[in-house]
Design a protein around this ligand. Sequence first.
Ligand code: ADP
Length: 876
Amino acid sequence: MSKQQTPMIKQYLKIKADYKDAFLFFRLGDFYELFFEDAIKAAKELEITLTARGKGEDRIPMCGVPYHACSGYINQLIEKGYKVAICEQTEDPATAKGVVKREVVQLITPGTVMDGTTIHEKENNYLLALFEEDGHFGLSAADLTTGEIRVTKLDESIEDVIQEAAAYTPKEIVVSKAFSDEYRTSIQQVLNVTFSEEEAASLPKEMIELVKNLDEHLEKTTVTLLLNYLYLTKKRSLDHLQPATFYYSKDYMKLDVHSKRNLELIETIREKKKYGSLLWLLDHTVTAMGGRLLKQWIERPLLDPKKIQDRLGMVEILMDRFFEREELKENLRQVYDLERLSGKVAFGNANARDFIQLKKSLERVPSIFETVNRLEYPYSDRLMENVDRCTDLQKLLEDSLLDEPAVSITEGGMIRDGFNSKLDEYRDAMKNGKSWIAALEQKERAATGIKSLKIGFNKVFGYYIEVTRSNVPSLPEGRYERKQTLSNAERFITPELKEKESLILEAEEKSGKLEHELFLQLREDVKVYIGKLQKLAKVISTFDVLQSFAEVSEDNQFTKPYINEDRSVSIKDGRHPVVEKMIDQGDYVPNDILLDPSSEMLLITGPNMAGKSTYMRQLALCSVMMQVGCYVPASEASIPIFDQIFTRIGAADDLAQGQSTFMVEMMETKHAVSKATHNSLILLDEIGRGTSTYDGMALAQAIMEYIHDEIGAKTLFSTHYHELTALESDLAKLKNVHVSAAEENGEVVFLHKVIDGSADRSYGIYVAQLAELPKPLIERAKVILDKLENNSKEEVKVPVTQGVLEESYQEVEREREPGQLALFDDTVYGQQKQSSPALSKKEKSVLKELQSMDLLHITPFEAIQSIHKLQQKLKK
Ligand code: ADP
C-alpha cells in the first residue's frame, strides 16, 4: 500500500480498525462503499463487481452498493453469519470543512438484526451471552425484535451448556475475551454461530433496571455482557427490552439436540423443513406471536404436573366450547404482532401503518378477554389478571390517525382532522385555496368562453391555467401572464393565482412538518405502553397456542392424557401423529404401549420397514405433546412425566457432518446412559448395527443390561439381533414385542401391528422367497443359515480385551440357573470356558420343529399349544 493515502481513506482505515470483524459499509454520496479486503470478500459473497479507486500503486480494491437498495445486500451477508457496520456521514457535506465527518451508527449482526429475510415471523431470533466463572456458567438470551431477556445458571459441563444454548437456535453468541477457546470450539461443533466479544463493564444508566431483579453475580454479569453488546452495536434506544427473567433449566424436560432432531420436533431430519415436524402438525396458531410461543413450548416441555394440567384443562374447555373457540380464533386472527411492533416503536422505525395495525389489534382485545372470561376457567382468569388492555392507547391511536395513513412519516397524510387545531387551520387554508382554484376554473371558462380551459399543477411551475393552442387567439389580450409553451397548449398564470398558490403550498409544507412532529410525539406516547403491550402479547399468544392445541386435538381425534405418578405408561391405540397425517386416512395401524413395573423395557424386533422406529417415536411424541399441554394421539393414555428423553435413532445427517455413524451412535448412547434417570425415557434404535455382528450384539446387550440394572429408565430398544430376545428371561423388567408382517397374494405386507413375543428370525429368507428368487438359491440360503447358526457358537471368537464386559458376563454366568441355556455361547465373549454338551437326537428334532414353526401365521394360543407339545416331547 502506498503511503499517499487520501484523507478519506485515512478516515476509513481509522474507523475500520474498530470494526475488524465486520464489513464496513462506508457512506459516499448515494452509495455504501467497501474497500480493501472487505471489498474483495463482499464482491465474491454478493456477486457484485470489484472495481478500484486510485491509480497505479495507490489502487485500492473497492465495491459498492446503492444506498436505497442496501438492505438486500446486508441481509445476504447477515444470513451468511457476517456482521455489517453502517458508517454514515454525520455532517452536511455542503457545509463540511475538509473530509465529511463519518461515524458507525449501527452494527448489524446475525443475533441483533431487526428485520429482513433472516427474521421469520413465527420464530424468535435469539442473541445469546455465555459467561463462565469458577466452573459455573451463566447463559442469557435476548430477542431484540420482541424485547424478551432470559437468564439461567448452569453448574454443569460445557456439553449441558451447549444443549441449553441449542434450545434457542442462536445465530450469535456474545462471550468475554477470556472465554476459553476450547469451549468455543466445542460450541462450534454443535451450533453454527458467530462469536462476538464484549466485556461486562458497567451498564448505561437506562439499562440498570433490566438487571435489578437478578440476585446472583453470575447472572447479573451475563446479562450485563449481553446488554453492553446490544447497547454498543445498536447505538440507539432499546426501550422495549424487558427486565431479565431468571429461569431454572431443570424446570423443563431435557431434550438434547440429537433427540430434538431425531424426533423431528421442530424440523425434519432430511429436509430441515418445518413441514412434517411436530411443530408443523400442532401449529394452528393464527398470530405470529402464538407461532413463536408454540415453538418455545415444544423446545421446552414442562415438568410441573399442575402447570401441564392448567394447559390441558384449557384445551379441554376450548374443545367443548366450540363457539367460544371460533370466536376467539376470529378475534385473534386480527391481532398483529404486538411484540415486534413494540420493538419497532422502541427502535424508532415504526410508521403510521404500524400504528394502525396496533390499533386494530387493540380493538380486538376486549372481545378476546370477554370470550375467555366466559370460559370461567381459573387458569385463564389468572392470566388475564392485572393485564392492561391498553384501551387508552387504542383511543389515542383511533383519535389521532387516519384509517389508511401514508407510509412515509415526513409527507403528511397521517393525522386525523380534529386531532390538532393548528393542523386543522393549515388544512382549512389548503382546502379553501383549492376550492378557490376550482371556482376560478369555472369562472374563467365562463369569462373566456373556452370550455377546455383548465387549471393544473406541477412541481416545477406550481398552479397554471392551460389553454389549448387553437383557443389561444380567443383569449382577451393581457388577461393572463404566459408561463410555458407546450406543443399543443399554452400555460398561463395570474398574480391572484400565484398568491393563492403560495398560501396553499405554505400551508401544505407547514402541515407536513407539523404532522411529522405530531407523529414523533405519538411515537413517544406509544413508547410508554411498550411494557404493557408486551404483557398483553404474552397472554394473547398463550390463548392462541391453546386454541391451536384444541383445534388440532379435535381434528385429529386426540385424547386428554392422564398424568400418572406410578411411572407406568398405558397408551391404547397410540399413533404417530405426523406419520398418521402423512399417509392415507385410515391406513394408520394404532398400537398399544404398556410399560409397567414388569415391563419397563421393550425389546422390539421385526423386519425392516415394519414400523419399529415409528412405534418408538410414537411414545416420545405422546410424552412431549402431553408435557406441552396438548392432547395425545391415542384412544386412552396414562403417561408419567418424563424428566428427559434420549434417542438414538439412525440419523441420515451423521455422515454429512463428517462423523462416523458408529461413533455418533456411541456418543449419543453415552449421553443417554450417563444422564438418564429412572424417570427418563430412552429410545435406542438398532444399537450396535454400525459395527461387526458380535461386537455390536455384545454392546447392545451390555447397554440394555446397564440401563436395566443401573438406571431403570423406561426404554424402547429395537434390534435386528434376534438373539437378544433371549434376554427376556434374564432381565426381569424386559419384555419382547415384535412388529408383525404377513404374506398376502404372494407379497409381504407389513401389518405394523406390535404384538407380544419376538419376530421370526429367518424373515430375510422368507422375503427372498416371496420375491421369487430361484428355488435352489433359497434352499441353499436356508442350509447356509442353518450352518451359520449352528457353527457360530463354535467358530466365531470375539476377543474381549477389557475386563468390564468379561466380568459382567461372568456374573451373568454365575447367576444363571443350572440347566438354563446360555444366551450366547461363552465363546462369543472370549475364551471357551467349557464345551457345550452334544445334543441328543430328541433335542435336535425338537429344535428343528421349533425352527420350522411359522410364527407369522399362528395365533398366540396355537403357539402355546405347539410349545407345550415340544415340552412334552423333551420330557418323555
Ligand atoms: P422400521 O423402523 O421397522 O424400519 P419404520 O418405523 O421406519 O420401520 O416404518 C416404516 C414405514 O412404515 C413408515 O415410514 C410408515 O410409512 C409406515 N408405518 C410405520 N408404522 C406404521 C403404522 N403403525 N401404521 C401405518 N404405517 C406405518
